[in-house]
Each structure stands twice: as structure tokens, then as C-alpha cells.
Design a protein around this ligand. Structure first.
Ligand code: SF4
Length: 448
């Protein structure tokens, strides 16, 4: 299986914390779509005929486009030999009802937002592990109310088509038009249910719009909805964060992604801190709010299947899970990353150049071939962040027993310190370890 990520590089305005490639100017929107369609036809061999089971439209703000325009992109993708035709079905299926579990990053909309204890940048923030034969708990269950989700062919490998949505784009007309598309999962960029926080972040929407967007999608009988939240916002308090979580759980969405605010270089947030216009972020606030998040998610029946991702049983994001499991994916659009077992590549992060290179048939990307050490580091980093953990059998099988001995020698002191635990040869972060996830992984890395 494989995934496809489409990067839409436009936003209404730049959020203060954002270091994603996105432009507040709407110039070249039409030209971009034309170039994107060309890129699809030019790169369809990348996945080598691997069947695709997920498509993810992220950005940027894909919902700035009308659903009809996005559907046109989907229809061009559907012509790819890797993709089964998603429209040819009369039977409607739960998007995750036939997922195969772990043996397995859109790109997250905000890779600038990170775990509180993160002090290193993940080499491939979109990716994750591949291995397991475990059957997903919900894999044989037909979800009772999956009605108006996209009509996927029951035999189709294509299970999940996600659209990132910003609340200010969601109107009843927009949602009505969505019904004519194949999208069956929506990731809504809420970030906070308080206008003070949204103003602080320079988000383009209000708290009421965030709630209204989720409600409109639910009224249209879409169920597979995720909301993004940010914690550790200086304008927030623990009480406000608790209310944010209560509101999120009360909305009845089955999936929540929650990220710690981090300061990325080149952002207005970094500039404001450097000029002492605002104080540096408060690590303690982030740690406290992260613990609140884990506790409240557990109380509400959500499983923390990845350090920043929480879902009710059967509603894990397939696309992002595939990243974390090292399943190949093709990224399309400026700045999009791709990965195919042995290499990763990333497209140029410049819209004019992207359009120009596509038009001239020039190479769009820089490619890096992964060394065994890089693959090991990546597996350790990504697998530890998930509930499936880092598997000693995979380490031995893929990298050799000497490498596993190295891993084990470095893991043992972390087990003694309560940061890791081992169950039947699989290593997991403890709740304490989750506060230092990147540091723990770095302590297990091979130096390259
Ligand atoms: S955080 Fe999302 S909405 Fe805000 S500027 Fe970045 S890509 Fe756009």
C-alpha cells in the first residue's frame, strides 16, 4: 500500500507560529492547479504500481479551493494505474473498516508544532514504521453510521481521502458541494475554542466558526472528523486548556490531534521573542497541558496511538499511520516530501519555481538515498512515538543483531529511569518518556 499527499500552498493569512510553505497571497492559484495536475501525470511511476490506500490534501489551506476544483484533482489521480476508481460503488463502507493494522506525516499542517520536550527536529516528520500482522481491532467491524462518507468501492484499496479544512472556509454551500466529492475524512484546524488564543496565533477564524464548521460537517452526516488543537499557547491557561478539551470531546468527533506550540526560526513568533515583544514559551505550561491532554483523552475513551494523535477505537488516521509505519508515499505540490523505502525527496519550496519547472519539464525535487543508519534512526524515532512501539524483531531482521545490541545497551538505562518500558521485546515510551520523546530517541540513534 502507499499514500499520496497533495500540498496546497495558499492560506488566508500566515499564522504567527507557522513555518510551513504557504503563501498569504492568492496569486497564481489557477496556475498552481494546472501545474499540480501536470505533476500528477509526470510522477505516476514513483510508487511503482503500489496500490494507494490513502490520499491527503494538506497545506496551506486546501479548503480555500472550491470542492469541485479539488474533486477535479482527485479525478486526475484516479486515472493513475496505482489508484482504484473510488466512485464505482453502491455500497458505503466505513473508511477504516478494512484497515490492516500495524505492520506499518502529511504532512501535518503544522510541523512547526511539536512535543513539549522535543529538542531535535525529526528527519522525516511525516513518516513512520512498517511492521505488524496484527489485525486492527475494528478491522472487521462495519461501522453503524458511516452513511454519507464517500462511496468507496468495497474492494477498493482506497480507504481514506482526507481534506484539511480551515473553519472560516466552511459554509453550508461548501459542505453541500463536498457531498459531490470523494472526500471521506476531514481534518479541521481549530487550534483553540477561545478567540483570545486564536488572535494570539493570528488564526483567520473565530471560535464560533470552529464549532460551526464541525457542526456543519456532522449535519451533513460526515463522521470521520478530526480536529487539531494547540497547547502551551502563552495567552492560554490550564483552565482554558481544560475547557478546550472539554469542548473538543463534547463535539463528538472521533479523532483529535494536539500539538505543543513551538518556536520555529523565521516565523513571526520567533521574531517577536527575539525582540522581547513577548516572553519565550513556558515549558512547564506545555508539560502540564500535555499531561492534562493524555489524562482527559483516556477518560473520554480516546487512545493515544501516536504521541500527538488520539482516536476512538477504529478511527485512527490511516494516512498518517502509514507515514509512521514507513509505508511509501508520494508528495505532490511545492515543498511536498516523498518516500519509497530507499529514498526520500522533496519538491522545491517556491511556487513560481514549482510552476516554471513543471511547465519546462525540469526536475522539481532534491533526492536523498537513505543509509542503513538513517533508516534505523528513522524507525527508532517514529516507532517509539506510536502505541505499536519499537520492535526488537524488526531491529534484528532489518538492521542486524549488532545494531539491536547497541539499541538495547542504550535503552536499558532509560528503562531504569522510567522513560521506556519493554513488553515481549517491544519498547514503548512511558508517559514520563513521552515528555522527552525526541531526547529518548536521540539517545538511541546511530551517529551518522
Ligand atoms: S498554520 Fe496552517 S493555516 Fe496557518 S499559515 Fe500555516 S498552513 Fe496556513
Amino acid at each position: 500500500m502507499a499514500g499520496i499527499y497533495i500540498h496546497i500552498p495558499f492560506c488566508n493569512r500566515k499564522c504567527h507560529y507557522c513555518n510551513f510553505f504557504s503563501l498569504a497571497s492568492q496569486k497564481n492559484r489557477t496556475e498552481f492547479l494546472t501545474a499540480l495536475k501536470s505533476e500528477i501525470t509526470q510522477t505516476r511511476d514513483y510508487l511503482a504500481g503500489e496500490p494507494v490506500n490513502t490520499i491527503y490534501f494538506g497545506g496551506g489551506t486546501p479548503s480555500l479551493y472550491q470542492p469541485e476544483a479539488l474533486q477535479e484533482v482527485l479525478e486526475i489521480l484516479a486515472e493513475s494505474p496505482s489508484l482504484p476508481d473510488p466512485k464505482s460503488s453502491s455500497s458505503i463502507q466505513h473508511p477504516v473498516s478494512s484497515i490492516q493494522h500495524p505492520v506499518s506525516n502529511i504532512q501535518h499542517p503544522a510541523s512547526s508544532i511539536q512535543h513539549p520536550a522535543s529538542n531535535i527536529q525529526h528527519p522525516a516528520s511525516n513518516i513512520q514504521h512498517p511492521t505488524s500482522n496484527i489485525q486492527h481491532p475494528a478491522s472487521s467491524i462495519q461501522h453503524p453510521v458511516s452513511t454519507s462518507e464517500a462511496s468507496l468501492h468495497p474492494a477498493s484499496t482506497l480507504k481514506e481521502i482526507t481534506l484539511e479544512i480551515n473553519p472560516d472556509n466552511v459554509t453550508s454551500v461548501f459542505v453541500t458541494e463536498l457531498k459531490h466529492t470523494w472526500f471521506n475524512r476531514f481534518s479541521v484546524g481549530v487550534q483553540s475554542f477561545f478567540d483570545e488564543d486564536l488572535d494570539w496565533l493570528n488564526r483567520a477564524h473565530s471560535a464560533n466558526q470552529a464549532i460551526g464548521a464541525v457542526r456543519l460537517l456532522q449535519e451533513a452526516r460526515y463522521e470521520n472528523i478530526s480536529i487539531d488543537l494547540i497547547y502551551g499557547i502563552p495567552s492560554s491557561t490550564d483552565t482554558r486548556w481544560q475547557k478546550n478539551l472539554e469542548t473538543a470531546f463534547s463535539l463528538g468527533v472521533p479523532h483529535i490531534s494536539a500539538y505543543a506550540l513551538t518556536v520555529e526560526s523565521g516565523t513571526p513568533l520567533a521574531w517577536m521573542i527575539s525582540k522581547k515583544r513577548i516572553s519565550p514559551l513556558d515549558d512547564e505550561l506545555q508539560v502540564v497541558q500535555f499531561k492534562m491532554l493524555m489524562e482527559m483523552a483516556l477518560d473520554h475513551g480516546f487512545q493515544q496511538y501516536e504521541i500527538s494523535n488520539f482516536a476512538r477505537s477504529g478511527w485512527n488516521a490511516i494516512h498518517n499511520t502509514n507515514y509512521w509505519k514507513g509505508i511509501p508515499f508520494l508528495g505532490l505540490g511545492p515543498s511536498a516530501h516523498s518516500y519509497n523505502d530507499n529514498s526520500r525527496r522533496w519538491n522545491v519550496s517556491n511556487l513560481s519555481e514549482y510552476i516554471e519547472r513543471i511547465t519546462n519539464g525540469a526536475c522539481l525535487y532534491v533526492e536523498e538515498h537513505l543509509t542503513p543508519e538513517q533508516k534505523y534512526n528513522e524507525y527508532v524515532m517514529t516507532s517509539l512515538r506510536t502505541m505499536w512501539g519499537c520492535d526488537s524483531q524488526k531491529l534484528i531482521y532489518d538492521f542486524g543483531s549488532t545494531i539491536y545490541d547497541f539499541f538495547r545497551k542504550n535503552a536499558l538505562p532509560m528503562i531504569d529511569r522510567g522513560l521506556l518500558r519493554e513488553v515481549s521485546g517491544v519498547y514503548f515510551l512511558t508517559d514520563e518518556g513521552k515528555l522527552f520523546a525526541d531526547g529518548v530517541a536521540a539517545g538511541l540513534f546511530l551517529v551518522t
